[in-house]
Design a protein around this ligand. Structure first.
Ligand SMILES: C[S@@+](CC[C@H](N)C(=O)[O-])C[C@H]1O[C@@H](n2cnc3c(N)ncnc32)[C@H](O)[C@@H]1O
Length: 224
């Protein structure tokens, strides 16, 4: 299994060497010690939320600690719905207060997960996304070339930052915790772009504070 993975990573590296953007600078975010579970715990208690959805559960590190009514979606490990997020949203008729998106970290899938989540989000609900702040081009490459990987989730956050009716920002903790709330956007990102998917890491590196609207953990929970 691990041998196959390493082989896959080797061929993906070769692909990137030949065809992808090259950029060697890295970002040191100085992340807060608080993590995704601290944040999810906080929003559930503060808002007295009743219903939780997690997309991508793996070892249930977060899912097992949630003590409200919950659904966890994963095609391989953990949770209580076996299948992809697309399978789940086709069948689902429930509404949720807190949705944690941490499944397939590829822009096309993440933007689909966000749009499907918005349709089933209760008024005053919140969407949280993991892995929004990659520290190097290697951490965000698609297809992936390493175990420790964020993917290009960040591009979906940039897209959401341009919407009028959603307030989107990113908390500087735990690989970057994206927040999307349904309310007027007080800080619309004005970006003329024909394809969010094709955004470059160099652009992210130079502009991440503005395009992701990064905030500290403490400021983030005030804004929620
Ligand atoms: C990073 S792990 C999730 C970690 C977990 N949320 C946590 O906080 O500990 C990503 C998981 O997403 C799952 N996954 C991959 N593709 C998916 C998809 N299309 N829909 C839902 N989950 C997916 C993988 O099987 C994997 O278990």
């Amino acid at each position: 299994m691990e041998k196959n993975r390493n082989k896959e990573f080797f061929f993906n590296k070769l692909y990137h060497l030949l065809f992808s953007e090259k950029f060697s600078k890295k970002i040191n975010y100085n992340f807060d010690k608080k993590n995704r579970l601290d944040l999810i715990d906080f929003v559930i208690k503060k808002n007295k939320y009743k219903k939780y959805l997690e997309i991508g559960c793996n070892q249930d590190e977060v899912f097992k600690k949630i003590d409200i009514d919950k659904i966890g979606v994963d095609p391989l490990n953990g949770g209580n719905f076996r299948g992809t997020s697309d399978d789940f949203f086709i069948k689902n008729s429930d509404k949720f207060d807190c949705i944690f998106i941490d499944g397939l970290h590829i822009y096309d899938q993440v933007i689909k997960d966000i749009l499907n989540s918005i349709k089933v989000l209760n008024e005053n609900g919140i969407i949280i996304l993991h892995d929004c702040l990659p520290s190097s081009i290697g951490h965000q490459r698609v297809p992936r070339t390493r175990y420790n990987w964020n993917g290009d989730v960040w591009k979906a956050i940039v897209e959401a930052r341009t919407w009028n009716d959603f307030d989107t920002f990113t908390i500087l903790a735990d690989q970057g915790l994206g927040i999307i709330k349904k309310r007027k956007n007080p800080n619309i990102l004005d970006i003329r772009n024909s394809s969010f998917k094709n955004l470059k890491f160099k652009f992210f590196y130079n502009n991440y504070k503005e395009i992701m609207r990064t905030v500290s953990f403490n400021d983030g929970i005030e804004m929620i």
